[in-house]
Design a protein around this ligand. Structure first.
Ligand code: GLU
Length: 278
């Protein structure tokens, strides 16, 4: 009897340890649906991208991705006061979703097959394209065709634009990889790189902030479909987020959110994308 009891306690202790280990990595074991029931969501955004995902000096958050996040959370039944925004840098996004650090991510996050091996995506909610940003006085970089002559091009580690340069222009330019686009912008302003490359609307946001000091050149040369990244296999949340995106487009909030944030900086005709219910 005594031995049995000791054994039972031992098994319980091992089970508790296993559960604790499984929950490791910074997140918690509760699902997004659990969080929704509690009226709380942790949403990943960028903190340094003007007009898209930006943390102001007073700690408030502004931008198109913030608007999308708040609308979607609202449709799931979570009020703005129940949202915690967390910074999700480009290269850390899949890991942060997999670890449960965030419920979902709205952060200029392109849907790709490679990323879909680790996470799922609702959306797309926007279609951007890779472009180039240079200093106002630059004349020898006019578009993607200028990517030659060993010029220094800054982009962010783990991003689709950095990968595109590696795949197509590895021998023509020097790619400088950093952690965030604001670091690339600092490098461009100080003259330590010749251009910055990423999605047109991200570059437009920084150019708008730099009051005429920086300019976008040439046409976009890739298609970047922005999705809302979430835990792989969470079909229920994905379907609900897709419903929310469709509702946002249908009731005019999607258009308004764009016009009130990044829109004035990027004069493109705005066509709402069709949500992909894969
Ligand atoms: N949309 C691209 C990507 O997801 C670039 C923007 C970013 O790094 O957030 O890689």
């Amino acid at each position: 009897m005594r031995i049995n009891r000791t054994l039972r306690l031992g098994i319980v202790a091992i089970a508790v340890t296993l559960v604790a280990t499984a929950c490791g990595g910074g997140g918690d074991a509760a699902t997004t649906q659990d969080h929704v029931r509690e009226g709380k969501l942790t949403i990943g955004i960028k903190f340094d991208q003007p007009g898209l995902g930006f943390r102001e000096a007073d700690g408030s958050f502004h931008g198109y991705d913030v608007e999308i996040a708040e609308y979607v959370a609202g449709k799931l039944g979570v009020a703005p006061s129940g949202i915690t925004f967390k910074e999700t840098p480009t290269a850390q996004r899949e890991a942060m979703i997999m670890n449960g650090d965030v419920d979902f991510i709205v952060a200029t996050y392109s849907i790709t097959d490679q990323r879909k091996e680790k996470v799922d995506f609702a959306g797309p909610y926007f279609v951007a394209g890779q472009a180039l940003l240079v200093r106002q006085q630059t004349t020898d970089i006019t578009g993607v065709e200028s990517l030659n002559g060993n010029k220094k091009l800054c982009s962010v580690t783990g991003s689709t634009p950095a990968q595109y340069v590696k795949d197509n222009y590895a021998k023509d330019v020097q790619l400088v990889e950093v952690d965030t686009y604001s670091q690339c912008i600092d490098a461009l302003r100080s003259g330590s790189v010749d251009a910055v490359t990423t999605d047109d609307i991200i570059l437009a946001g920084f150019a708008g902030q730099a009051s005429g000091e920086l300019k976008l050149v040439g046409d976009t040369f890739t298609t970047e479909k922005y999705g809302i990244g979430l835990k792989k296999g969470d079909q229920q949340t994905r379907a609900q987020i897709n419903d929310a995106i469709e509702a946002m487009i249908a009731d005019g909030s999607w258009q308004r959110a764009f016009e009130e944030t990044i829109g004035p900086l990027r004069d493109s005709t705005l066509t709402p994308p069709t949500v992909d219910r894969y």
